[in-house]
Ligand binder design. Structure first.
Ligand SMILES: O=C(O)C(=O)[C@H](O)CO
Ligand SMILES: [Mg+2]
Length: 267
């Protein structure tokens, strides 16, 4: 089985955020990821990781004004300074949390602009972010996201993401391959795992059932088969990354709602 990380933004939401670390450890997780750490002091988060023997394996750069609808800054004209400040802030947290990788959210295509127009700016921003991260000894990731969940998101497909990674040409820039989004946008998931994991350019996986984004054993994707594919290819190419459990438990934010749904992992 691959190594699973609990996504604390989506799992254990019946608990206050800082209490979710203990809950994940009690359920057998050895690593966590989440969207944003910035409401908490790095020292408080580091203490939770230490107290519960957890590794921090991923989080996102600040996405801009989330409440106003922003979903990342990397493709946005005129926001280059904000983007670099966001990367710098994320790298400070990564250092404090000993987190090896951060996700650079691409952002929404602004009204009246096209993806083709924005591509050179996105590539420049990623190149600069990869340089900053390399100096700090970290990886940076980009993630294709489906436009049903985030309408207008700049980056949607695995092939686009891998073409961008090649164009940037930085060894520490990789793709965050979320199999939930991959299935919704393009399908043929097992073949794509084989195709891309062997390139050394997949930095992290995420999973959820499709279409409900609930537990991986609910929905149209057969995860036991996909986990075998990841294991097989990882053994061939020496990949040692994590699979983030980024789903909303079907029972919702009720006591035991996450733990009771972990049968898929225990099996
Ligand atoms: O939505 C997703 O799948 C993610 O992984 C992002 O972190 C969204 O913020
Ligand atoms: Mg994801």
């Amino acid at each position: 089985m691959p190594r699973f990380a609990a996504n604390l933004s989506m799992l254990y939401t019946e608990l206050p955020f800082l209490d979710r670390f203990a809950a994940a450890a009690a359920d057998g997780f050895e690593a966590v990821e989440y969207l944003f750490p910035y409401e908490h002091a790095p020292a408080d988060l580091a203490a939770r990781l230490r107290d519960h023997g957890l590794e921090q394996v991923l989080f996102n750069t600040p996405p801009g004004d989330w409440a106003a609808g922003e979903r990342g800054l990397a493709c946005l004209p005129g926001r280059e300074t904000d983007f670099r400040d966001a990367v710098a802030k994320a790298l400070d947290y990564a250092q404090a949390l000993d987190c090896p990788r951060i996700h650079l959210m691409a952002g929404l295509v602004p009204e009246g602009r096209t993806r083709d127009e924005l591509r050179p700016l996105y590539i420049d921003n990623l190149r600069r972010a990869a340089e900053m991260a390399a100096q700090a000894g970290r990886e940076v990731l980009i993630e294709p996201i489906n436009t049903r969940d985030i309408p207008g998101f700049f980056l949607n497909r695995q092939d686009e993401a891998h073409a961008i990674v090649q164009a940037v040409g930085a060894p520490n820039l990789k793709v965050q391959m979320d199999l939930y989004h991959c299935q919704i946008v393009e399908g043929d998931v097992a073949t794509k795992i084989r195709q891309y994991l062997t390139t050394g350019r997949v930095g992290h996986f995420q999973i959820a059932g499709v279409p409900g984004r609930h537990e991986p054993d609910v929905g149209e994707l057969h995860y036991p088969y996909l986990f075998d594919v990841i294991d097989e290819v990882a053994a061939q190419c020496g990949w040692q990354g994590w699979v983030g459990c980024e789903y909303r438990p079907a029972r919702g934010a009720v006591p035991g709602g996450t733990s009771d749904g972990l049968g898929w992992m225990r099996r």
